[in-house]
Design a protein around this ligand. Structure first.
Ligand SMILES: Cc1ncc(COP(=O)(O)O)c(C=O)c1O
Length: 388
């Protein structure tokens, strides 16, 4: 079956007692065993079945398996947030004395977790420009266990060649973890390009409606089982039945929404690029975009996120953010409505200024998450705000 059909039908857990059409919310913390022997068998793994919602729940299984299917892999987990997906995956794969190479442009809290938290556990960290192959080869050491990146990256949309990185990593036995939040499985398939594990902030496009915080981890069953037990189980960063149910509702319209996010964003990016008050627009669908060639190779669309710099720098950007009307001044992204925010003082403020600038996140950069409203209304709102 094709993507949109799988987004609606794959791994649907048919409810047998009342014949409910959609999956009910299994809002229960624990599950009853038929007898003590069965409880023992479930704990030992001899028998499949649910035990306790922190260890698994039908709503969580359904979402994890559906996203795994859409990403072209075997198994998935739903976590309490995108950061839980990032931290649980990395803690599973790194121990004292290991080394991780991460991209120099990442979502602020991911960058903070990797550069500030991991070293406290004796893990060595290098953040580098992963578009520079020679630099990557020179940074890899005998103890390098993980290469971690986002592509397109938050917030500059920096594009990293997934196939190139996974080919180098495979030859050296290094795991590649890709954050596919900006693209979703509808627009990019890192696993097909050799990545071992894909994570998402499902808070964004997968949920899609701005009403849930959640994360996803998908990969081969063996890798996912090793993250689930004991890491997710004992760190306790799993999702909840209701949040998973909300995600499932979002997933069914993912393809439709992504098509509209892409077409709206393309029009807005082209409008901004021509505007006399804008100095530079970063959007992979523009001919002027630096990573366009690789984007065209590995992406099936350019997504809904645009970053840009105003000619008059941060003060002009601030005035613009304070002047929009329909568009909300808010962090997060991937919601049905359009959002605007300032990475340097908001989402990427955990990164020191010097490091931010190394990753291309200047003080003047403004980020737009284009929604699925009628594009004329987005353009009108921006036009009026730019006039001010
Ligand atoms: C690319 C990316 N990864 C991970 C996260 C963290 O996700 P969450 O806020 O759901 O914890 C975010 C949040 O903005 C993000 O943009």
């Amino acid at each position: 079956m094709k993507f949109n059909t799988r987004a609606i039908h794959s791994h649907h857990q048919h409810e047998k007692i009342y014949g409910a059409h959609t999956t009910p919310i299994y809002q229960t913390s624990t599950f009853i065993f038929e007898n003590a022997d069965q409880g023992g068998r479930r704990f030992s793994g001899e028998e499949e079945g649910f035990i306790y919602t922190r260890l698994g729940n039908p709503n969580m299984t359904e979402v994890g398996m559906r996203i795994a299917n859409l990403e072209g892999t075997e198994k998935g987990l739903v976590t309490s947030s995108g950061m839980s997906a990032v931290s649980t995956t990395l803690m599973r794969h790194l121990s004292h004395g290991d080394h991780i190479i991460a991209s120099d442009c990442l979502y602020g809290c991911s960058f903070g977790f990797i550069t500030e938290v991991l070293p406290q556990y004796g893990i060595e960290v290098d953040t580098i420009d992963l578009t520079n192959e020679e630099l990557l080869l020179n940074t890899i050491k005998d103890n390098t266990k993980v290469i971690y990146f986002e592509t397109p990256a938050n917030p500059t949309l920096k594009i990293i060649d997934i196939k190139k990185i996974t080919t180098i990593a495979k030859s050296k036995g290094i795991k590649v973890v890709v954050d596919n939040t900006f693209m979703t499985p509808y627009l990019q398939s890192p696993i097909e390009l050799g990545a071992d594990i894909v994570i998402h902030s499902a808070t964004k496009y997968i949920g899609g409606h701005g009403d849930v915080i959640a994360g996803i981890i998908v990969g081969k069953s063996e890798d996912i089982n090793n993250i689930a037990f004991p890491y997710l189980k004992d760190f306790g960063g799993n999702s909840s039945p209701f949040d998973s149910w909300l995600l499932m509702r979002g997933i069914k319209t993912l393809g439709l929404r992504m098509e509209r996010h892409c077409s709206n964003a393309q029009k807005v990016a082209e409008y901004l690029e021509k505007h006399p008050k804008i100095a530079k627009v970063y959007y992979p669908g523009l001919e002027s975009f630096k990573g366009k060639e690789i984007a065209d190779k590995q992406m099936r669309g350019y997504g809904g996120i645009i970053a840009f710099e105003m000619k008059d720098g941060f003060d002009a950007g601030k005035k613009l953010m304070d002047s929009v009307n329909m568009i909300s001044l808010a962090v997060s992204l991937g919601t049905v409505d359009t959002l605007i925010q300032h990475p340097a003082s908001m989402t990427h403020s955990p990164i020191p200024k010097e490091e931010r600038e190394k990753g291309g996140i200047t003080d003047g950069l403004v980020r737009l998450s284009i929604g699925i409203e009628d594009v004329e209304d987005i353009l009108n709102d921006l036009d009026n705000a730019l006039k001010k």
